[in-house]
Design a protein around this ligand. Structure first.
Ligand SMILES: [Zn+2]
Length: 171
């Protein structure tokens, strides 16, 4: 089965949580209290991001794999939760990183616009799960994600405050 496996998705999500926790909480020099704040942020991010990263492959059991829970509408609904219900913060990051890893890191693409179309989208950069490069691709993709999220966090919007920013815009 040419697919990014659970191990890959958990590795990706766990590393992303650590990287993002450092990005969000780490100042230039760490005191013990600040180091604790980094660890606390990593812990706060890791469970929701790992759970989010595991969620899309539930469609191996319910619906059509790489379609039913691998589309932008599912991502949109989960991303809206913190804004509407003030819960599930950060779960969307796990889902988004799962999609990205499937698109960039695996041979088969995903149906981003399902159920509008079953067309699967992927990049030729993908490798199979059995490839010796599978873990390397996962780590490289994660590194690029942390860099991109750091840029967004530093230059555009404080991640995790998306809900309050959206509410301010709507007010
Ligand atoms: Zn998947």
């Amino acid at each position: 089965m040419a697919d990014v496996n659970k191990k890959g998705h958990v590795l990706n999500a766990a590393l992303l949580s650590v990287g993002l926790g450092v990005v969000l909480a780490a100042p230039t020099a760490l005191t013990a209290v600040e180091a604790l704040a980094v660890a606390e942020t990593v812990a706060k991010l890791s469970v929701p991001i790992v759970l989010g990263a595991l969620f899309p492959d539930v469609d191996t059991a319910f619906g059509k794999h790489r379609k039913t829970l691998h589309n932008l509408f599912v991502l949109g609904v989960v991303a809206a939760f913190p804004v509407v219900f003030d819960n599930l913060q950060f779960v969307w990051i796990g889902i988004a990183t799962h999609y990205l890893l499937d698109v960039v890191g695996s041979r088969r693409g995903i149906a981003l616009f399902y159920p509008l179309t079953s067309q699967e989208w992927g990049l030729p950069s993908g490798v199979t799960t059995s490839s010796k490069y599978a873990d390397l691709v996962t780590v490289v993709v994660t590194g690029l994600e942390v860099a991109a999220l750091a840029a967004v966090h530093i230059y555009v919007i404080p991640l995790g405050e998306t809900a309050s920013v959206v509410n301010t815009l709507l007010a």
